[in-house]
Design a protein around this ligand. Structure first.
Ligand code: CAA
Length: 258
């Protein structure tokens, strides 16, 4: 697939995807999301890649779904075509970790896209919001579901109903982002975090990701049981033998993803 709305590169074992519609503040149209899904699945299948980073520009991670593209949709257009967010959950099928590196606006679908990633590293310039209500619509790519899980019901209601934005400091306090870094260090920090992850045992990294995601999709008792079984299964890997032996031998482990 030829990409026109994203830029894709590799940095060691890290796959980097930049959203690239600068004139529209990276507004997310179907074409961009098809390209993003395609690039992510390719990185997921590439055995030389251990972690993926998605970023935008200094001004905007993404300012939402493309308003111009959907302004004239009727209900039947949207429903029958399953338009606007049909291809977004593709990202959830990626088994390797995905980091969102967010500077500037992450609004509407942009905030939802960041929340679909496994964690968010925010520049101090980041601004998060679900302002769809100002357009007479509502979040359509998981915002009303993921935001309350991330920041509490009260803050999610506040943001989705008043359309106010949350700055990086508030987003970190609320638990939406894992860390804040100076804007000019954002990409370096995100790539360094991704490189750290990519140096771990890939099968164990994937087990950790699956287990943490279970926390959102099951009861605590089921999640704990699932985690225990995953933990047991790490003992079937050569990387667990190597990791623990290296600790005992007081040296760094060499993981072979086996
Ligand atoms: N869709 C399409 N185009 C967009 C866009 C969007 N979501 N956001 C910004 N743009 C375009 C603007 O139309 C403008 O284009 P022109 O230069 O051709 O006029 C360009 O990007 C720059 O934007 P502004 O001039 O508005 O820049 P600003 O700095 O004054 O304001 C902003 C920045 C506050 C982010 C403002 O652009 C804005 O409010 N954007 C819309 C945010 C929004 O409502 N997002 C939710 C979309 S709906 C959604 O996402 C549904 C869902 O859940 C899936």
């Amino acid at each position: 697939m030829q990409y026109e709305n994203i830029l894709v590169e590799t940095n060691g074992k890290v796959g980097l995807i930049r959203l690239n519609r600068p004139k529209a503040l990276n507004a997310l149209n179907d074409q961009l999301m098809d390209e993003l899904g395609d690039a992510m699945l390719k990185f997921d299948a590439d055995e030389n890649i251990g972690c993926i980073v998605i970023t935008g520009s200094e001004k905007a991670f993404a300012a939402g779904a493309d308003i111009g593209a959907m302004a004239n949709y009727t209900y039947m257009d949207a429903f029958k075509g399953d338009y606007i967010t049909r291809n977004w959950e593709q990202i959830r099928h990626v088994r390797k970790p995905v980091i969102a590196a967010v500077a500037g606006y992450a609004l509407g679908g942009g905030c939802e896209l960041a929340m679909m990633c496994d964690f968010i590293i925010a520049a101090d310039s980041a601004k998060f919001g679900q302002p769809e209500i100002k357009l007479g619509t509502m979040p359509g790519a998981g915002g009303t579901q993921r935001l309350p899980r991330a920041v509490s019901k009260s803050k999610a209601m506040d943001m989705c109903l008043t359309a106010r934005m949350m700055d990086a400091a508030e987003a970190e306090r609320a638990g939406l982002v894992s860390r804040i870094v100076p804007a000019d260090k954002l990409l370096d920090e995100a790539l360094a975090a991704a490189a750290t992850i990519a140096a771990m045992s890939l099968p164990v990294v994937m087990m950790v990701k699956e287990s943490i995601n279970r926390a959102y999709e099951s009861t605590l008792a089921e999640g704990v049981q699932y985690e225990r079984r995953m933990f047991h299964s790490t003992f079937a890997t050569e990387d667990q033998k190597e990791g623990m032996k290296a600790f005992v031998d007081k040296r760094l482990p060499i993981f072979r993803n086996l």
